[in-house]
Every structure is written in structure tokens, then in C-alpha cells.
Write a protein of this length. Structure first.
Length: 89
């Protein structure tokens, strides 16, 4: 169980909460060495626990050029961008 060092004030809004934690350090209020470890499940619905499988697909050169340009704008490699597009609904 997490042990409190100082009492955390009550907040009237999320904005007050954010302002408080932007100003104060949580170790002054919480002993993180005594905090419980939690396992957070994946929030990504596409992660199934199965390994990836390599497939080969032939695309027109113009499509590849366009995908690479879009990926460059997003600062990611184009192959992960293709995966994102394939997974989108």
C-alpha cells in the first residue's frame, strides 16, 4: 500500500489538480518505495500476444512514394504506417 507523507488536498476541478502537481513534487506526498506494483493490461486492441507474421505484397511505385511521403510527415518509417492503415477501420 502507498504511504502518504503529507495530506493531498481536495481539488474542485481537474485544472486545480493539474496546477497542484505541476507545482509540487509527488515524493513529498507519497512514499513511492512502498507503492504497490500494478500490471496494466495492454490498451492496444490490436496486440493479441501472437507473433507478427511477414507477408509480401506488391504495390504500385506511386503508392509506395506517397506512403513514404506521408510517413516522413509523421516522422515514422513507412512500413509501420502501412500497418496503421491496415489496422484502421
Amino acid at each position: 500500500m502507498t504511504t502518504l507523507k503529507k495530506a493531498i488536498p481536495e481539488f474542485n476541478s481537474e485544472g486545480e489538480d493539474g496546477e497542484f502537481w505541476a507545482t509540487y513534487d509527488s515524493p513529498d506526498y507519497v512514499d513511492w518505495n512502498k507503492a504497490e506494483q500494478m500490471e496494466i493490461p495492454s490498451l492496444n486492441p490490436y496486440i493479441s500476444g501472437l507473433p507478427d507474421r511477414t507477408v509480401s505484397i506488391t504495390l504500385p511505385q506511386s503508392v509506395v512514394v506517397e506512403l513514404k511521403a506521408l510517413a516522413r510527415k509523421r516522422d515514422i518509417p513507412y512500413k509501420p504506417l502501412i500497418k496503421i492503415y491496415l489496422r484502421s477501420e
